[in-house]
Ligand binder design. Sequence first.
Ligand SMILES: *Cc1c(COP(=O)(O)O)cnc(C)c1O
Length: 395
Amino acid sequence: MSEPTTFPPLLPVYQRIDLCFERGAGCWLWDREGRKYLDFTAGIAVCSLGHAHPHLVSALVAQAEKLWHVSNLFRIPALERLAERLVAASFADTVFVCNSGAEAVEACIKLVRRHFWARGQPQRHRIITFEGSFHGRTLATISAAGGKRLVEGFAPLLDGFDRVPFGDLAQVEAAIGPHTAAILVEPVQGEGGVRVAPEGFLQGLRALCDRHGLLLVYDEVQCGMGRTGRLFAYELFDAPPDVMALAKGLGGGFPIGACLATADAAAAMGPGVHGSTFGGNPLACAAANAVLDLVLEPAFLERVRARGARLKEGLDGLAERYPAVLAEVRGLGLMLGIKVHGDHQRFAARLREKGLLVVPAAEQVLRLLPPLVVEDEDIDLALERLEAALREGPA
Ligand SMILES: *Cc1c(COP(=O)(O)O)cnc(C)c1O
């Protein structure tokens, strides 16, 4: 007889921190013991408007009382409005709405393959991707990113991805062959450690795509929707894509993702070619439209840039004063990372004890991703708490 096994009811795929939050408001979270935390995780760049934003709450409540879900058998006016607004605000001509970041990237991958198939070039299906990238946890998206910890134990992976070092244009060019269809890249790598595309890199990719007839696909799941101080990170690099994935900040905490594309890239997508049961339902679109109501106001992004500059300046000052602990400050807008000497997970735990929540990433980086509505006082307090932790030396 085999030993009785004790396996937790909840599949243990996360190493969870022993904290339970009960409510939130703006940049603040309260746990069950009533302790208050400054939330610079924002649900990993999801809660763009902070917690319990009145505009988001009232939009969602109003919609919940009318209609949650009808399926894509029918027209959904809020979905049509969301698509029109995203098109008006971006490079794109058309939008597919789904429920998560991985699904949005999957839609991008399928769109790329279908594009070349419909042009009679089915052999052109390979996509160039980058080391250190993250595109989600589905089979296609782990195959695309290819990191050891993502793919281990999940073979056979999906074929069709060629990985090269992030930021290395020469290696990208060398990887282009007769089977290459597209390049998939995060303008700012998030999980990879807040690595910003180096100067000229995205423009170089754009030029390579134009020269070789490839589609340029951006994964702006994390860096999009105002996070960098521009609605989309690519605006900062003057290199628009042909296809782009969005999710995280789009619903302000309600699960929703989107694949945006030019008419040319999407030409082969017609009825029945792709779909999603939940994608773009009235409840999700009410949330996303409410987020857009605020984020699309010109003053909103200006404010994000000003808050981002304040935080960056404070961090740069700390890096100067505590070089033995704080090795580097990187990022754009309110997507900032600090690289620390010592154990960065332990350093995050120390910050937690001081009431500041941050998100660990690769390369010993801790991400500071406050809600985009963060106030100057919140930033100054976060810097104070960070300084108190730095004073104690490497963790
Ligand atoms: C989070 C993330 C994803 C995956 O999003 P999910 O909603 O978890 O599927 C994809 N790409 C990037 C850049 C991300 O940061």
